[in-house]
Design a protein around this ligand. Sequence first.
Ligand SMILES: Cc1cc2nc3c(=O)[nH]c(=O)nc-3n(C[C@H](O)[C@H](O)[C@H](O)COP(=O)(O)OP(=O)(O)OC[C@H]3O[C@@H](n4cnc5c(N)ncnc54)[C@H](O)[C@@H]3O)c2cc1C
Length: 447
Amino acid sequence: MGSQQSMNRYDLVVVGAGMAGLTAAARAATAGQSVLVVEIGGEVGGSARYAGYAWTAPDREVMDRANPAGDETLRHALVDGFDEGVQWIASMGVEVGASQRILDFGGRGHKFDTNQYVDNCRRKTLDAGGAVWLETTVDGLLTDDGVVTGIAVTRAGVAQDVLADHVLLATGGFQGSPELLTELLGPAAAQMPLRSNPRSTGTGYRLGVAAGAATGFENAGFYGHLIPSGVAFTDADFVDLSLYYSEHALLFNLANERFTDETLGDHLTTMELLDQPESRGLLIADERVYQQWMLGSYVDGAVAVDKFALASKRGGRVGKAETLSELAYLPEEWGYDGTAIATAIEEFNAQVATGEPTPGRLRDREPLTTPPYYVIETIPAITFPFQGLRIDKNARVLTDLGDPIPGLLAAGSDTGGLWRRAYAGGIASALVFGLAAANTSIAGKAS
Ligand SMILES: Cc1cc2nc3c(=O)[nH]c(=O)nc-3n(C[C@H](O)[C@H](O)[C@H](O)COP(=O)(O)OP(=O)(O)OC[C@H]3O[C@@H](n4cnc5c(N)ncnc54)[C@H](O)[C@@H]3O)c2cc1C
């Protein structure tokens, strides 16, 4: 232990320099541990560079309601550790905004500059004597009689072994792997455009499984958002072309039917759409929704973009109807029956006026009656899967029997169990369990 070890032995080796990995590295290094971060890309930051808010459920009760099927220990650990995590962000010299509401279910969080945060974590790690190796490939875990003892890497064409008391897997999930998506989320999942850094291809997942890790939960789903179909979707579009306003619109599948309560959240509707025929649907808003939500920002402090104009400019399947009956003129090749959809909207309008529509409508129960109508065909895009390596609240990777694998930690989107067809903050979980991983390493809890 200690930082006086030979160059190829560390207290903590972190695989992946994103939100979880850099949080753990900075925490462990500034506490006096010897730390090496290994990153496959040419820069640090991962998907965290696109994010803007650390947020989650404000208390256990709201978390339990929003994410009832997630692992109880993990979901409570996230809520309990959140405030300390936010203080940690501030301690890295990053300004943290005032507490604000995030999403209608009652999430709360803080705006902060994630780019400054990851850059500061990297600098603090280096200043404390740690090392960050970019463009480095992990070839496998080193193990000795069931204990993880380090990693085998290739750096600048040279293969070498690096020994560690703890290895933290923090490669950000497997959304960049069509094979793992097909295997674990089904073939349609592999067709989804990527809404994340492109390098999270399941290395952490594979290394963990090879070391005997339990995974889960099956059918837990994924985090993502609806985007217009038919557009070239690049990282400059990740926020601008996410159709967050779907929570106030109506979504129809190829059978011309609503299939979910859209008001539960765009990220949840995204999961449901994946399971619909051809994983595509028509999102329809009226002028009220356009003015209030399609033009507005999805959360206070975010930039507002005219989603309809942008989707149209980028060549998406969009249309504007002056009346509901004009929906009959939807292009035939899209495959929808516009007359049937117009009838379904009229039925919806009548149902919300007198009672409960089917499927239900928990929040925005206003009818769509103010022309014109804005139509965008939409598909799901994936940010990260909810299925991953099972960990305990100390970020120790668990076997099927629930025992920690000595020396092996995981945090962030490489982990599973926390979210199960529900979601309340990827930055928060990477932060809280990244800190937990560092604390485990510091405490020397290898087993
Ligand atoms: C557009 C967008 C907006 C978002 N906004 C928010 C938000 O406001 N709030 C929020 O809570 N969440 C948000 N998220 C989600 C959030 O960014 C992620 O949940 C979070 O970054 C996950 O942290 P992580 O450390 O697991 O993964 P990442 O931050 O993605 O880091 C993973 C790192 O591992 C590296 N890596 C991958 N494979 C290897 C390998 N084989 N070897 C070494 N390194 C490897 C990657 O290059 C990357 O640097 C957003 C995501 C996107 C894409």
